[in-house]
Every structure is written in C-alpha cells, then in structure tokens.
Design a protein around this ligand. Structure first.
Ligand code: PLP
Length: 438
C-alpha cells in the first residue's frame, strides 16, 4: 500500500472561511460544500483539457467535469473562440438572434423525438417548464416521479415516497407545501406492478410520468429496458405523457440521449448540462402538437429574460458540433470502458468488494457488489468507502465530485495516458480503502 501525502489546502481553506460569510454553507449549490466527504472544498482556479488546478496550485485529473456539462473537457479552444466571437457582438439583447436558430437546427435535425423546443437557463427551469406544459396540455394535475431520480429543485420534484403503500408524495424540503407534494405520485424504479397499480388508482388524473431514463443522481441505477418499454406502453395506453429528463443523459450516451440509446420515444424531453457547452442553458422539447400549447401560441405561460442568450448559444453550438461528428460517442465509450475495465480487473484480482458501474462515458463507484436498480437498494453504506477513496484520490491528483451519490464523467479531452495514470491511482486508493476495512 502506497501512502500519498495530503495536499495543501490553505488558500482554499481561507477562501472557504470568507465564502461562509457570504453564502449559506459557503457555497452556491449544496453538494460543493464537501459535507459528505472529508476536508474543505477546493477552490478551483482554472481548467484545461482533462485537468484542473486549485488555488493552492494542486493539479488534478478531473472526473467531475462540472457535474457533466464539459464533455469536451475544460477550456476547449473551439468553444472558447465561439464564445469570444459572440461576446464581441454583445452579451444579451432580449431579442431573437441567429444563434438560437443555429443551436436548435443542430439539435432538431438529428433528433427524431421532438419537433420544436424552448431554450431556458438551467435544468431545473427546463423541468419546471415542461411539467407545466404536460399539465397544461393534458388538463391533468398529478405527476408520477420515480424514487432515486433527481429533477432539479422544482417544488413538485422535491418529494419523497410517503409511508406505507401510499404513493402520495411528501415534501423532502422545507418550504414545499404538502398540498403541492400531494400532486406527485412517487414510485419505485423498475417496478411495473407498482406502476400499473398507481395508474389504476389515479385514472385520468396523471399528466405525465417523469423519469431519468438513465438514473444517475443516486448512484447509477441502470434500468432494465423491459421496464422502460412497459412504462412507454402504459403511458400511451392511459394518455399519460412520458417525460424523459435527459439533463444528464442527453448528448452524453448518444447525441439524442437515452431515447436514442434505448430506441424509446418520449413525449416530452428536457436537456441541460452538455447542451450549453459549460454555460447556463437548459431546454425542453416535444412534438408540435404539444409545443403549440406554449405561449405565445398557446395558453401555457413560460418566459425568460436571458433564455437563448447568444453567448451561451455560441458555447452550445461549438460543443454540440463536435458531439455530432461521426464516431464521437463510440470513441468516448471505448476510452471509458478501457479505464473502467482496468480498475475493475484490479479490484476483482484483489478480491475487493468494489465495482465501477458504467454506461457510455459515465461511471459510478459501487462498494457493495450487488447490482443496484432502485433507490431502495440502499446505497448509503457505499459512502464509507467513497469518503476514503475521495480523499486518497485527491492526495494522488485525481478529482472526483465530492459526493458518492453522484457519477463521474469522462470527456473527449481525457487522453489515454492521463486515464491510465488515473486508473493506477484508483488502484492505489482502493488498496487504502480495503486495508482500512480488513
Ligand atoms: C442536473 C440535473 C437537473 C437540474 O439541472 P440544473 O441545471 O442543476 O438546474 C435536472 N435533472 C437532472 C436529471 C439532472 O441531472
């Protein structure tokens, strides 16, 4: 077992102390606060390719990639020049620009599932808007959500399963009225019988069923395709819109996301993260029949001062142009598989109860050895191992997002040498984790 010396964090620590006087928990999004791992958050100074540097000048190979958006890595030259060119013409007009058409054309010309779309400024905003559209279009109020899926901090989605057999949701955040939460029906993933029972119980009241088709916010809970197909069928049968939240999986596992990957057509889709090339963009889309219900064509109101912002559109155009090139996703998956296989083979040889679960260029650290497919397949116990490996990897120049519930991402900028090095560091770190446990 090789020990690595702890990294110096004094500058980050001092910045964090100051930040705590400005922001709750010292951060502008809770997971960044490092609460579920050890130490203080690293303040990042810059990124380039697959690497980032913190304010103490520590260098890391980055597998967080801003939690997914940076599929081309940091400081991509094409995104950079596209953004600078847009910026020279002004940051925002609140009027239509050619760039919105260009990004929409890039997406819609390759996407058989949606005819038209709306750009917004975050994944949360996309989900919130699309839920309203689903309700406005169907004239129904209830929505189905699956336990373990994350859909941003929308009131209706900050809901967990109620006690007992009831599918009525109960709010999982202070500030969400129970009366709102009660409109959300919470079901276990991958359970056709529970789905059927819920639909029967709430006949003609359910507007949509929202799901991360590749649930990647509470571990990587890969669904059986038969479940997704059954969900598609039941939705069609009962006039329920099938809502794929592809904020992570969109442009990640395939250009048109999990819908393309599985060959299952959703009725309504949300995108975020990768779509904006690292700038704040979200989007929702559907067939014309549904999209024509959005204002000003229809009665469902939705608007945004900075929606379709030209600088953000320019970043999205540059990024998605690369993603659309032939072989892009195949190359990314191949690289990811080599990385994952290297680490998994080592863990297996050593008899460690550890596996990287993967799909496309996503991976998740499982410390349990069992295939996990539902939130109720408890993953809390994995966090003990994660805490140690997170620390050990930081000490070895490898940055994972500071939460074991979240997945890691590999970008086009992760070169084979860096990946081999990082995989070796994973193996060393695993030795430390399992030395502590034996
Ligand atoms: C990240 C995420 C969101 C929320 O997007 P934000 O841009 O953080 O608001 C919604 N749904 C899924 C599936 C996500 O992964």
């Amino acid at each position: 077992m090789k020990n690595a010396s702890p990294i110096s964090r004094s500058v980050s620590e001092s910045l964090f102390e100051t930040a705590k006087t400005y922001f709750p928990g010292g951060v502008n999004s809770p997971v960044r606060a490092f609460r579920s791992v050890e130490g203080t958050p690293l303040f990042i100074k810059k990124g380039d390719g697959c690497r980032i540097w913190d304010e103490d000048d520590n260098e890391f190979i980055d597998f967080c990639c801003s939690w997914g958006p940076l599929i081309l890595g940091h400081n991509n030259p094409k995104i950079y020049s596209s953004v600078m060119a847009a910026m020279q013409n002004g940051a925002s007009f609140g009027a239509p620009t050619r760039l919105e058409n260009e990004l929409a054309e890039l997406i819609l010309s390759r996407n058989p599932f949606i005819d038209r779309m709306r750009f917004v400024s975050s994944g949360t905003e996309a989900v919130m808007s699309a839920l309203r559209l689903a309700r406005g279009y169907t004239g129904r109020d209830k929505v189905i959500k699956f336990e373990g899926c994350y859909h941003g901090h929308v009131d209706a989605m900050l809901v967990k399963a109620g006690s007992g057999l009831a599918t009525l949701g109960t709010s999982s955040s202070a500030g969400v009225p129970e009366s709102f939460a009660n409109e959300t029906l919470v079901l276990p993933l991958n359970d056709v019988e529970a789905l059927k029972a819920c639909i029967a119980e709430n006949k003609d009241q359910i507007a949509c069923a929202i799901i991360e088709p590749i649930p990647a916010n509470n571990g990587l809970l890969l669904q059986e395709k038969t479940f997704l197909l059954a969900l598609r069928e039941l939705c069609t049968e009962h006039g329920i819109l099938l809502f794929f939240d592809e904020v992570i999986s969109g442009f990640r596992v395939a250009f048109s996301g999990a819908a393309e990957y599985y060959g299952i057509a959703p009725d309504i889709v949300t995108y975020g993260k990768i779509i904006g090339g690292g700038l704040p963009v979200g989007a929702y889309g559907a067939k014309n029949e549904i999209m024509s219900h959005v204002a000003p064509e229809g009665p469902v109101y939705q608007a945004g001062t900075l929606s379709g912002n030209p600088v953000a559109m320019a970043a999205g155009i540059a990024q998605l142009t690369e993603c659309a090139k032939p072989g892009f996703y195949e190359a990314l998956a191949e690289k990811t598989n080599a990385f994952v296989d290297h680490i998994n083979a080592y863990a297996k040889e050593k008899g460690y109860n550890f596996e990287l679960v993967t799909i496309g260029s996503i991976f998740w650290l499982s410390f349990n050895g069992k295939k996990r497919i539902r939130r109720s397949d408890e993953i809390d116990s994995d966090m003990t191992g994660f805490k140690i490996i997170h620390r050990e990897l930081l000490n070895r120049g490898v940055y994972l997002g500071p939460s074991g519930y979240e997945v890691g991402f590999i970008s086009a900028a992760h070169d084979p040498e860096s990946l081999t090095h990082a995989a070796n560091m994973f193996c060393e770190a695993l030795d430390v984790v399992f030395a502590a446990q034996i």
